[in-house]
Design a protein around this ligand. Structure first.
Ligand SMILES: CC(C)(COP(=O)(O)OP(=O)(O)OC[C@H]1O[C@@H](n2cnc3c(N)ncnc32)[C@H](O)[C@@H]1OP(=O)(O)O)[C@@H](O)C(=O)NCCC(=O)NCCSC(=O)CCCCCCCCCCCCCCC(=O)O
Ligand SMILES: Cc1cc2nc3c(=O)[nH]c(=O)nc-3n(C[C@H](O)[C@H](O)[C@H](O)COP(=O)(O)OP(=O)(O)OC[C@H]3O[C@@H](n4cnc5c(N)ncnc54)[C@H](O)[C@@H]3O)c2cc1C
Length: 662
């Protein structure tokens, strides 16, 4: 913990009544005792390093100075950690990004993030051994700093519509890259603005005058010594955004830029010297880098949500407001049931997403292992599951974070509460790496196909069970509610199929019928994603080794999340799962009861997330609960408070206005 001398008495009281082992939950979240130790060592290393601190709060810097400040720390951090004698030996570079330890020093976003989460993984998964031998040493030592340049100003979602071309010229054995219009400019890639000197560029491959679809190319953008853009390359930054303002998202255009033939990443498809095109085993193998990040996002979103819940729960413990019992002192706002209703569903969801993230991560590793041996059979299930979980976790977390911000009243609106930044990070995940609506429709396509063809991966196997809709559910518990989610998903899928067939009979073209059925399709995909999270949650509790108190807590949180979702979407359960009004009333009572139970250990539970103050970065959520003093201290950092009168603006604007006798 923080080792602070002061401890708010309300927090102290809650902490003195802890009935479970907090360290057990910490280890569960980290993935084991060893991992907890590694994380703590890394955090300690970063926190104790004076060079990694900001001299001025980053909020008050200009756009360019913010970038510079963050880049300084990013470079220093990676330099220090690349030398094991400097700090913790085994450091996953991904852990240094927006989550965990990295966030302690890189608050606004790491300009090197895309190098680590997309550029390097693309080289590792899409290059031949010879290409890897040539490029990986330079990329891991940061002589080559890269990004993933796919999205264009006019095209993001629809990859087949990308405009950038790479045309093979057999006479020189080169590809010629071209951006045929303004809408073809690459737009968004992280680090592209001023940071990277290379990029994986996704472009339409033309050879022998035939378009073979989009393919990845390694392109040098800047001189390795001077960092000046190379001839034919137009590159810059796209400007301020809702968040991630130091990630240095950029634009990129090509005018007849020539690159060697073997800069096509050739693991899955090749162009021979004479221009002959060799097809990949699946055109979707080139989408691997996106799948990887979708899988990571589920974990990252859970991390962000844990931060938001910790801030709101601790603040709700120390904040006293209004009157609960006439004449009594103002109570802790944590005692209002309406407040618990804002805090505890997201608290429970952090666990649901955590278990689901583990599940999809394992599937990702099995699928990659298979792909390495030429076995692609897990790809559809991985695609369906990663889309479903990325979309559900990011959309739910965005809604939850906004409610948690509101739960802190006015102070939650302050930058120093850290809610604005957390919100900007989770809501970005709704858009990047596949806009959520589009991903829901990908999931729906997979569900429809499974239900109609009676074939599909493990995550959708329930759709093939012909008895699914006939099973009578008597008791409502975690297992049976999980089954109800299956029925809702299947119900929407069947409804969508009926609609599609109906439109078809009316003579509507399939693509129009699909468009007209989109709302049902999306609802089915969402119910499926909730089923997956419920199933992961229930199974992880059953299969995990836990002490009795922790197992009880996990069961209660699981029950709360499932009941919350069921009540929120009760219409779906009336339509497709034979839910009766009486059962719903009972579930609502159960939900209220669970809120009261979770109230007794909520503070201790968020403590067990073990997010140190420097990572939480919130005056409202600090371990010591000294929220008011910290608010004041933060206000005193405002440059406007440096003098009692802001002389320049007073003399220039206010005084003349006051004297003008309007
Ligand atoms: C999928 C598309 C929408 C459509 O693609 P197509 O048009 O090519 O396909 P079809 O719709 O025709 O479908 C054909 C067929 O293919 C199947 N398919 C599609 N995709 C895949 C796939 N990936 N794998 C397997 N199969 C696939 C599909 O199901 C069909 O099958 P059937 O024929 O059988 O029906 C596509 O256009 C698309 O993907 N669009 C989205 C574009 C996108 O995602 N762009 C991303 C750009 S890069 C980006 O955004 C980067 C953002 C980075 C932000 C940085 C954030 C940092 C924080 C992250 C957290 C990390 C930290 C973690 C730390 C920790 O863990 O501790
Ligand atoms: C913070 C951030 C970082 C990013 N980093 C990168 C990066 O490093 N590299 C990179 O290449 N890109 C990056 N991107 C771009 C990102 O991947 C795209 O913005 C994203 O894929 C969405 O595409 P789009 O912007 O074209 O949205 P659009 O597809 O134009 O979406 C606009 C609207 O149209 C709807 N829509 C689109 N198609 C359909 C459909 N078929 N059916 C129904 N509705 C539809 C969407 O749901 C949405 O409501 C980043 C974006 C952000 C916000």
């Amino acid at each position: 913990m923080s080792g602070a001398v002061y401890e708010n008495p309300d927090l102290k009281r809650e902490r003195s009544q802890c009935l479970f082992d907090k360290e057990e939950i910490t280890n569960l979240i980290d993935g084991g005792k060893e991992k907890t130790k590694e994380r703590r060592d890394l955090e300690e290393f970063i926190v104790c390093d004076e060079d990694l601190k900001d001299s001025v709060p980053i909020e008050y810097l200009s756009h360019a100075d913010k970038y510079s400040a963050e880049l300084r720390k990013a470079c220093l951090l990676f330099k220090k950690l690349s030398n094991p004698s400097n700090g913790p030996a085994e450091v996953s570079t991904v852990a240094l990004l927006s989550t965990g330890a990295g966030a302690i020093t890189l608050k606004e976003g790491n300009p090197l993030a895309l190098h680590y989460i997309m550029f390097l993984p693309s080289l590792m998964s899409m290059c031949t051994p010879e290409q890897q031998e040539k490029w990986l040493p330079k990329a891991t030592s940061l002589q080559m700093i890269g990004t993933y340049a796919q999205t264009e100003m006019g095209h993001g979602t629809f990859l087949r519509g990308l405009e950038t071309t790479a045309t093979y010229d057999p006479t020189t054995k080169e590809f010629i890259l071209e951006s045929p219009s303004i809408t073809a400019y690459k737009w968004w890639p992280g680090g592209l603005g001023q940071t990277t000197n290379y990029a994986i560029v996704m472009a339409q491959l033309f050879t022998h005058e035939k378009c073979e679809g989009i393919h990845p190319f390694l392109v040098q953008l800047r001189d390795e010594e001077t960092h000046e853009p190379l001839p034919g390359i137009s590159v810059g930054e796209i400007g301020p955004k809702l968040g991630f303002n130091t990630v240095n998202n950029g634009y990129l255009g090509f005018e007849k830029v020539r690159i060697p033939r073997d800069h096509l990443l050739m693991k899955h498809s090749q162009v021979l010297e004479d221009g002959t095109y060799i097809k990949p085993a699946s055109t979707k193998l080139g989408y691997g880098a996106m799948v990887f990040v979708r899988v990571l996002v589920v974990r990252d979103v859970a991390v962000q949500l844990r931060k938001a819940v910790t801030i709101a729960t601790r603040y709700s413990c120390v904040r006293h407001q209004s009157e609960l019992k006439p004449g009594d002192p103002e109570p802790q706002i944590l005692d209002y049931v309406a407040q618990q209703n804002k805090l505890f569903p997201p608290l429970a969801a952090t666990f649901g997403f955590h278990f689901a993230a583990n599940y999809v991560w394992d599937l990702y590793n099995s699928a990659r292992e298979g792909i390495g041996k030429g076995d692609l059979h897990l790809m559809p299930d991985l695609h369906g599951l990663s889309c479903a979980l990325k979309a559900l976790s990011s959309s739910e977390a965005s809604n939850f974070v906004e409610v948690l911000r509101q739960s802190c009243g006015g102070h939650g609106y302050m930058v120093c509460s850290n809610f604005p930044r957390i919100y900007s990070l989770v809501t970005a995940a709704e858009t990047y790496e596949g806009e959520n609506t589009v991903l829901w429709l990908q999931v729906a396509k997979y569900l429809i196909k499974t239900r109609m063809d009676k074939s599909g991966g493990k995550s959708v196997a329930y759709l093939i069970d012909s008895n699914l809709m006939n099973n009578k559910i008597v008791d409502l518990n975690n297992d049976s509610i999980t089954n109800l989610f299956q029925r809702v998903a299947a119900g929407y899928v069947d409804l969508a199929i009926k609609k599609l067939e109906g439109y078809n009979r009316q003579g509507m073209a399939p693509h129009d019928a699909w468009n007209h059925s989109a709302i049902h399709l999306i609802k089915g995909a969402q119910a499926h994603a909730r089923y997956v999270v419920a199933d992961c949650f229930v199974r992880s509790i059953k299969e995990g080794k836990f002490s009795d108190p922790v197992r009880l807590i996990l069961n209660q949180l699981c029950e709360l999340l499932l009941t919350y979702w069921l009540v929120e979407h009760s219409g779906d359960f009336f339509m497709f799962a034979d839910l009766s009004a009486n059962q719903l009333f009972k579930l609502q009572s159960k939900y209220m009861e669970l809120l009261g139970t979770i109230r007794t250990y909520a503070v201790n539970l968020v403590d067990s997330f073990d997010i140190r103050d420097e990572a939480l970065d919130s005056v409202l959520g600090c371990w010591d609960g000294n929220a008011y003093q910290r608010l004041f201290d933060e206000a005193s950092k405002s440059p406007l408070n440096k003098t009692s009168v802001h002389r320049e603006s007073f003399e220039k604007y206010l005084k003349p206005l006051m004297k003008s006798n309007l």
